[in-house]
Design a protein around this ligand. Structure first.
Ligand SMILES: [Zn+2]
Length: 218
């Protein structure tokens, strides 16, 4: 069974129970922000961050304290969930807390009685906002990222192999707009040749250092 396959998830109860249980026990759900996440909060507090586009869906930038307005979760987020029938939004933590009682979580939005019609519950399937295989990227995520990336003074790639599209395409788009590119990654990427700065030190050291230098130099 696949954890993040939308057809399996919508099609059968066992797949949903497996997907929910797996996500609850996964490192993604149980992770905590590190020094690199905190450095990006410092960057925002210094007024130097206009966009934080991420392919991670662990919601750690939100947990670290960056403003949701600046964060674009290109592959969705595990932090929130929604009803596949009525669209009602849920905090994933609320659903996880009740997962033992309700292993295939359903929407409890209630509709009041209306004339002859008795009150009822929505009952739709709940799913985390992680983009599953077979689902489209969140509405407007790439458009917003493209727009802000081309307007930036600098564009930093932090810990990405730049192999996953469309996110990777932000690099050549920003470069073409004349934005200087920094690539901070332990290995080579296909866009190293258009970067103005390459940093191959571990992110937990390199990013806080780069943030400190950038804030000092503003
Ligand atoms: Zn619903």
């Amino acid at each position: 069974m696949s954890v993040y396959d939308i057809d399996q998830f919508m099609g059968n109860k066992e797949a949903r129970e497996y997907s929910w249980r797996w996500q609850k026990e996964s490192p993604v759900w149980n992770a905590h922000p590190g020094v690199a996440h905190k450095a990006l909060v410092d960057l925002e507090n210094a007024g130097l961050l206009t966009l934080l586009a991420t392919q991670n869906f662990d919601a750690l930038h939100e947990k670290a304290g960056n403003s949701p307005d600046l964060i674009v979760n290109l592959h969705g987020t595990i932090g929130t969930s929604h009803c596949m029938r009525c669209g009602k939004q849920y905090e994933t933590s609320d659903i996880m807390a009740r997962l033992d009682e309700e292993p295939d979580p359903r929407c409890h939005r209630t509709y009041p009685a209306n004339g002859e019609i008795a009150p009822r519950e929505c009952g739709g399937i709940l799913k985390t906002d992680v983009v599953y295989f077979g689902e489209a990227l969140p509405d407007g995520a790439m458009e917003k990222s493209m727009h802000l990336a081309t307007q930036a003074d600098e564009f930093w790639v932090i810990g990405s192999t730049l192999e996953v599209f469309p996110a990777a395409s932000l690099v050549p788009v920003a470069a073409q707009a004349g934005v200087p590119i920094t690539i901070m990654n332990m290995g080579h990427t296909q866009y190293d040749s258009i970067a103005t700065r390459l940093i191959s030190d571990p992110i937990q050291d390199a990013l806080p250092k780069l943030v400190r230098e950038t804030i000092a130099g503003k």
